[in-house]
Write a protein that binds this ligand. Sequence first.
Ligand code: NAI
Length: 502
Amino acid sequence: MSHLTTESVIGVIGAGTMGAGIAQVAAKAGHPVLLFDAMDGAGQRGLDNVAKGLSRLVSKGKMSQADLDTLVGRIQVINSLSDMAPAALVVEAIVERLDIKQQVFGELENICGDTTILASNTSSISLTAIGAKLQRPQNLVGMHFFNPAPIMKLVEVISGLDTDPAIAEAIYALSAAWGKKPVHAKSTPGFIVNRVARPFYAEGMRVVQEGGTDVATMDALLKQCGGFRMGPFELMDLIGHDVNYAVTTSVFQAYYNDPRFQPSLLQLELVNAGHLGRKTGKGFYNYAEGAEAPQPQTATAGTAPRSVIVEGNLGVAEPLVALLEGAGIPLTRVEGNGRLRVDDATLMLTNGQFSTRRAAKQGNRNLIQFDLALDYSHASRIALAPADQAEQSAIDAAVGLFQALGKHVTLIDDIPGMAVMRTVAMLANEGFDATNQGVCSEDAVDIAMQGGVNYPQGPIHWARQIGLAKVLTVLDNLARNYGEDRYRASPLLRRRVAGGAL
Ligand code: NAI
């Protein structure tokens, strides 16, 4: 199915947020584009929106007026579905309803030729189910763009049970030719991104629900320590709680109530209250004019370190050693298993266990765990979780140590896996599980999460940096401490750890 060239006519149905963006992407790649919307005037409005968006680029000097005119000139608004006949590929981006999508594709099959590829931009409907009503389900494929389509790199190419693999390959190649980063995925609930991303929201809400810390602090930690562009709470407020809660609930139900995807009561409360986020002026945050933005919790000055002992290798946190040296803090290295000692405090990277429990087991009351950072050298904030039995002097020493390295320090309650580590461990776990269930490859997980939701690093790659055995330990400790199936480690992660140990 390599018959798609830049001369191929691309049809787009639905000229809303996504359809207009997809039409722009196809036109930018040089295709003649036919744009159809069932609502009167909506097709033209979609085209006007494309022109309006591009004219901002022109006024910034990032695009010439001539290029804008050429691009917009390639998009023709049509007023009848029957005008789609010349299309070699039709991408559907209409209302998210199975019956209506089936009906539209059914009509298209009679309008277009046998070889026309029919693609759906659906986020949540089974491609297999859409195809079930078609004469040629082998020609149907998912082409899942992300919002805004002209900017976001990812396209999930979704195969239903009857999709011809050659069609999926053709759409993969076309997406790449359009400058996108395509990945293949099997039609399963949430596909890749909307499945693997669930823990980003869910773990944030778990930490807050359990009083680990507050919303603003959690967002600050995920950004300034975890390297994510947005924290989970501000992102949910932006997406809208009605939408985000509905996606979580649909994935949860589609996986037969697998506790891994269980929605949060915290979010349901916002939905019930009508606090849907930015669009209603209130969500986890208050967007009313003059409302004060809550600040993340930041510890006041601790005790400046006189010297530090580094026991063994710190693993993923090893860059801290160079930071210590750079800060001119006298440092002694001894054998051991990855600990920092400063005054009477002992610091360890979280392993998913309570600091309180680790302290008791080690017979060392002054144990304080620190969180995972994307990059310890550049992170501007770090979380510390002292054991319940830790003395104030030890907490002050731990706080002072990280402050001496130029970081804001946040003290959180003793929550298993802390903030960043448990989020990343659960994201990677979901990525391994999607791979294990044949949804996609490990590489596709990483490409999807970076290209679809801007994660600073693919979760599987990140887990390998942390060390798969360490990530497995975090998950096993979370599972033990919560006694919930939600935290069960993916068999594939377990197998990869076993393989790595060979
Ligand atoms: P939208 O509401 O902005 O646009 C939908 C357009 O389709 C409207 O202009 C409507 O008049 C038109 N339409 C509805 N029924 C039609 C029909 N039978 N024939 C022709 N046109 C029809 O919706 P949006 O956000 O663009 O979503 C469209 C599709 O893309 C949905 O399947 C959605 O799940 C999917 N999607 C949405 C994303 C988003 O972030 N908004 C991201 C990725 C996928």
